[in-house]
Ligand binder design. Structure first.
Ligand code: ADP
Length: 262
């Protein structure tokens, strides 16, 4: 019996080891796949802007006469925009790195929600397509939150930028605010391209981009990062969407039950 006990123990150990090994292998495979996706994304996203910067710089060298100021301005503008875009995606990648390495410090503070919403809308106004409008929640002054301001700004600006990016000209982006017992709820509603049903379950996966979004530039990082930060702070991010009709993203921030001074 002693021997049988020993064999059984050995078998259990082998089984346990095999399980661990299989898990480690699967994890490594997943990491490798992420790495491949990441590299192809970087090369793809950098290629077009870089080549257009190069073209503009080459042409810029040719238009040296003052009477060709207009053409020069056009190329300088192109360069500026493309560099801005590259900078934005680099920031996206850096935010992944920061999140992964645990180098984030959250700091909850009391602030009126309008502070962040105003800031986000102010910045977003510059990105609006012709005829696009952002509608401001009319009850915004009712909400005071206790939350990490940077995280809220990151998440909300990502949602509003997406709403702009994935909606046509002359469309409305509606921001709604609902005050629930335990949460402050912000909704970003657009009339855009929507998310295909089969892609919806992947929308928060890192680097994932839906089929119908590929004509627009992006990294598939923003939603993933926003959601992770929000969840670290007890908030949540959800959505509903219908292709060619529009999407609604719902951000729920806990009130944290602090006494609100009136
Ligand atoms: P990015 O916009 O850089 O691709 P995100 O993480 O912000 O990355 O979004 C991931 C994907 O989710 C997008 O590529 C797009 O397919 C989809 N998506 C996000 N927001 C919207 C929206 N408002 N309307 C339609 N699709 C959206």
């Amino acid at each position: 019996t002693e021997r049988k006990g020993y064999t059984e123990k050995l078998e259990k150990t082998v089984e346990e080891r095999t399980r661990q090994l299989t898990k480690a292998l699967a994890k490594e495979k997943e990491l490798n796949e992420l790495k491949t996706r990441f590299l192809s994304l970087v090369s793809h996203e950098f290629k077009t802007p870089l080549s257009s910067i190069l073209t503009s710089i080459t042409l810029l060298g040719k238009y040296t006469e003052t009477e060709q100021q207009e053409k020069r301005d056009k190329h300088v503008n192109t360069i500026k925009n493309k560099v801005k875009y590259l900078n934005a995606i680099l920031n996206d990648f850096l935010s992944v790195e920061r999140l992964e390495s645990g180098k984030v410090n959250y700091k909850n503070e009391i602030f009126p929600l309008s502070k962040v919403v105003n800031e986000v809308i102010y910045n977003a106004n510059m990105l609006l397509k012709s005829g696009q409008k952002i509608q401001y929640p009319d009850n915004i002054d009712e909400a005071i939150v206790f939350f990490d301001e940077k995280t809220l700004e990151l998440a909300l600006s990502n949602l509003v930028h997406n709403a702009i990016k994935y909606s046509p000209e002359d469309s409305i982006i509606d921001l709604k605010l609902e005050i629930e017992e335990e949460f402050v709820v912000i909704k970003v509603i657009d009339e855009g391209i929507g998310i295909p049903e089969e892609d919806q379950k992947h929308i928060f996966d890192r680097y994932f981009r839906a089929e119908n979004a590929l004509v627009t530039q992006g990294t598939g990082i923003g939603l993933n990062i926003s959601k992770q930060h929000l969840e670290n702070l007890g908030a949540s991010l959800e959505f509903s969407s219908k292709i060619n009709v529009g999407s609604t993203f719902v951000l729920r921030i806990p009130k944290n039950l602090i006494p609100i001074r009136k």
